[in-house]
Design a protein around this ligand. Structure first.
Ligand SMILES: [Zn+2]
Length: 92
């Protein structure tokens, strides 16, 4: 009986880690982990488990950068990358 209980606990721990990215997604914009409640965009992009499998943007970043979907996030990231390269090349 005790062994069964241990198995159940182990199972629950594994389940917890599997669903951790669902419960606490990682914001692709500010790189912070927050509870699911604070996310506006949360979408699975691949079959791989964990944080690689989905992309999310928190409500704060959505409001800050005026994002409505992942396409706009990609555009924002391209622009910010370009800006960074421009700044680096100016420094040189
Ligand atoms: Zn964010």
């Amino acid at each position: 009986m005790r062994r069964l209980l241990l198995l159940i606990i182990l199972f629950l721990i594994i389940l917890f880690f599997l669903y951790l990215p669902e419960l606490f997604p990682l914001c692709a914009c500010c790189g912070k982990k927050k509870p699911r409640l604070f996310f506006r965009i949360h979408r699975a992009v691949s079959l791989s488990p964990g944080y690689k499998g989905c992309r999310s943007v928190c409500t704060k970043c959505c409001r800050k950068y005026d994002l409505n979907d992942l396409k706009e996030l990609d555009r924002l990231m391209q622009v910010s990358r370009k800006l960074k390269i421009d700044r680096l090349s100016k420094d040189l």
